[in-house]
Design a protein around this ligand. Structure first.
Ligand code: BES
Ligand code: ZN
Ligand code: ZN
Length: 495
């Protein structure tokens, strides 16, 4: 789907879209059009009780004399926020994709806070976010499932600003689509080595330095926690480091570390069958990091960002780790593995330590499909955040609101940390009781954060995968995190 901007209406597009706001206030273009069609649009709106509410729509067949097939009147509602406008765009896409292939949208929507260009771009972003399909494995119905909308032209006065704003958003959507492709891919195809190759292929041409460490290097570096997760797999674990240097030499590094379990069987603490299906998405954190790196390089962000993807497959074999094993992490701390299904924190512990040792980031964010407990708490609507720095968490909340990627800041406390004390090693990899599973996981990670590092952990177990389509997200992989992290970098690290 190609989105473009123009200053003059171009009657060649078969479908025309115009807008109304709350209480059925038509824009000027919509009013003019209604005159041209002798009031047909208003009549249809009346008979369908159209009020111009957010996402409400009326479709009319264009009368002869108007060189179009179809006219769509769609409501933007009362409050013109970027989030609401993205919702309008997302809903509009669903409408359009049912039949239209070439579309013109007359975006003459006026508001006190947002400019016409900002409004058009928010709608375009919503359209684009929803225009994603993962079709590659269909052999018979691929064509039928393809996106039908081929071209969307926005008509508005300030084309220059709209183009500039959209070019940026579009790069971030591209990063999001890459993350979706990775998460949707089947685990027999996307295993650590194959994944690392894709990362190289996607990011190296953008000027990102990609380094891949294999099993022997991981062992040599003393990453016993990371290795214990991958050791039973025929596909060796990989640590992928992505360096993007868009900032000045004097700018400090910021790090993003993602959990990349390409499949999580649970290991000997085996998952029941129903919980095991869908565990190809257990690399969603790393996919968000890879998508972020693509977005940052694509839009030439002026920041120095290190991405790390900790890739492993959590399998069972004669050489798999046992519940009761003790391993040594790169930090020197020992871990009693009491549950092999709590593997994400093990790979992250070593990956976070590595990035702190090597790149000394002032800020480090790790993101992971870490716990089922976060799904119990927040479902598929919010990611859960934990941090050792309230100011950093507040900054992420700001970015989260602007980027339309909901997250909720949750507490940490000493009692949860104590639950991790082990009888025979420095710590155990699960808490004692059944409560606060997401928090004890966060406390485990915190033990691998240096005191000078500002750190935030984002549990996206409920967000990486959307079981039903919703605004801006088709069903399946969401690419959640890319937009949030991109906005965070833009707002706080590009000065
Ligand atoms: N990958 C899972 C978490 C998960 C669950 C992600 C559902 C997405 C959807 C993780 O490795 C895991 O199994 N965590 C355990 C931790 C427990 C053993 C302390 C869990 O949540 O049950
Ligand atoms: Zn697990
Ligand atoms: Zn997992």
């Amino acid at each position: 789907m190609k989105i473009s901007y123009q200053s003059k209406s171009n009657t060649s597009a078969k479908t025309l879209v115009v807008f109304a706001s709350d209480s059925n206030k038509l824009t000027d273009a919509a009013k003019d059009l209604d005159k041209k069609v002798s009031g047909t649009m208003k009549k249809a709106a009346k008979s369908e009780d159209f009020k111009g509410k957010l996402g409400e729509s009326v479709i009319i067949n264009a009368p002869t004399g108007v060189k179009r097939d179809k006219i769509i009147l769609i409501g933007v509602g009362k409050e013109l926020t970027k989030k609401n406008l993205e919702t309008v765009g997302s809903k509009l896409f669903t409408l359009l994709n049912a039949k239209s292939s070439d579309v013109e949208i007359i975006a003459d929507i006026k508001d006190k806070k947002l400019s016409e260009a900002e409004i058009a771009v928010a709608i375009a972003t919503g359209l684009k976010m929803n225009s994603y399909r993962f079709n590659k494995h269909f052999t018979k119905t691929k064509k039928a499932k393809e996106i039908k909308v081929k071209s969307v032209q926005f008509t508005l006065k300030d084309v220059k600003t709209a183009k500039k704003l959209f070019t940026r958003e579009d790069k971030v959507v591209e990063g999001t689509f890459l993350a979706r492709d990775l998460v949707n891919e089947a685990p027999n195809i996307l295993y650590p080595e194959a994944y690392a190759k894709i990362i190289k292929k996607e990011l190296a041409p953008l000027g990102i330095k990609v380094t891949v460490l294999g099993r022997s290097q991981i062992k040599k570096l003393g990453m016993g926690a990371m290795h214990s997760v991958g050791q039973a797999s025929d596909r060796e674990e990989k640590l992928v480091i992505m360096e993007y240097k868009g900032g000045k030499k004097t700018q400090k590094n910021i790090a993003f570390v993602g959990k990349g379990i390409t499949f999580d069987t649970g290991g000997y603490s085996l998952k029941p069958g129903s919980a095991m299906t869908s565990m190809k998405m257990d690399m969603g954190g790393s996919a968000a990091v890879v998508g972020l790196m693509k977005a940052l390089a694509g839009r030439k962000a002026k920041a120095n960002v290190i991405g790390v993807a900790a890739l492993a497959e959590n399998m069972i074999a004669g050489n798999a780790s046992r519940p009761d094993d003790v391993v040594k992490s790169m930090s020197g701390q020992t871990i009693e593995i009491l549950n092999t299904d709590a593997e994400g924190r093990l790979v992250l512990a070593d990956a976070m330590w590595y990035v702190q040792e090597k790149y000394k980031p002032t800020h480090m964010i790790d993101t992971a499909t870490l716990t089922g407990a976060i799904l119990v708490a927040l479902g598929h609507e919010y990611a859960g955040a934990f941090s050792n720095d309230d100011d950093m968490a507040q900054d992420l909340i700001k970015a989260s609101k602007e980027a339309n990627q909901p997250m909720w800041y949750l507490p940490m406390c000493d009692a949860w940390d104590k639950e991790l004390n082990s009888d025979i090693a420095d710590m155990r990899n699960i808490g004692q009781g059944r409560g606060a599973g997401s928090a004890t996981a966060a406390h485990f990670l915190k033990r691998f954060v240096k005191p000078e590092t500002k750190w935030l952990h984002l549990d996206i177990a409920g967000m990486a995968w959307q079981p039903k389509p919703k605004d801006c997200y088709p069903k399946g992989a969401s690419g959640y995190g890319v937009r949030l992290f991109d906005k965070y970098v833009e707002k706080f690290f590009e000065k």
